[in-house]
Design a protein around this ligand. Structure first.
Ligand SMILES: [Zn+2]
Length: 250
């Protein structure tokens, strides 16, 4: 099982990192894909180690950290490194950060360009900005762009639009929330377009909602999907893991 979106390198895990990773391995996690937040994430991600789990960094600048023109040259160089499996997380966030919307859009387009030119998947963060996000993807798609709409919580029509644009949907703890609505949306969307994620340390699934999230809880997301799609956890694991391996080439 793969946690395709986990900020395991942040200070919230410093004190008990090895226990967190042991629990993840016991819950079936073999690979953790790490979206970066800014250029300083690189060193923190490189320090991750566990005997049985593989770590895969991405290169990107989170939209909430866009406070002007981004350091394109440094990001360009970093994204080219062979261990970088994806571009992100990038995207738009009008909820937490509405002061720099034009700059967020410029940054998002730059990440789209990187993903296209390097043939690496783009991992998208989107909050209260779905219309603009999909419009930019449509403009930037030239047949080469692919990736994941992380923490998907749109409508089934928005999900289908993203899938038609060549994207997959990252499903995390929100699918387990009462009244979250994602579980109902998913019945209209194909399982082979989904990947599992936690977004740890944020958005812990039920029954841990409100507490620190961790990669072992990917399994709880898988269990919820097994109820929605009426398949065993092993089948959900096999299908979503294959999708994630193909996307990130890991
Ligand atoms: Zn994230």
């Amino acid at each position: 099982m793969i946690d395709t979106h986990c900020h395991i390198y942040v200070p919230q895990f410093t004190d008990d990192l090895s226990e967190v990773l042991d629990r993840a391995f016991e819950a079936g996690i073999t690979d953790i894909v790490m979206p970066s937040i800014d250029l300083t994430s690189k060193a923190a991600m490189a320090a991750m180690h566990h005997d049985r789990i593989r770590f895969h960094p991405m290169a990107g600048i989170h939209p909430c950290d866009v406070k002007g023109t981004i350091e394109e040259t440094a990001l360009w160089k970093w994204a080219h490194e062979p261990d970088v499996v994806g571009i992100g997380e990038s995207g738009l966030d009008y909820y937490w950060s509405s002061d720099y919307i034009p700059e967020q859009k410029d940054s998002f387009r730059f990440h789209c360009r990187l993903a296209r030119e390097l043939n690496k998947p783009l991992v998208i963060h989107n909050r209260e900005s779905t219309f603009d996000m999909l419009a930019i993807l449509e403009e930037e798609q030239d047949g080469r762009l692919r990736g994941i709409w992380h923490c998907f919580n749109g409508s089934s029509d928005e999900g289908k639009t993203a899938i038609d644009l060549g994207f997959h949907l990252g499903i995390g703890g929100v699918v387990t929330f009462k009244n979250g609505g994602v579980d109902k949306t998913l019945t209209d969307l194909p399982l082979d377009c989904l990947v599992l994620e936690t977004d740890a340390p944020y958005l812990a699934p039920a029954p841990h909602r409100g507490k620190r999230n961790e990669p072992a809880y990917t399994q709880l997301v898988g269990i919820k999907l097994s109820a929605i799609y009426e398949k065993s956890l092993a089948e959900i694991d096999a299908i979503t893991t294959e999708t994630a391996r193909n996307l990130f080439n890991i």
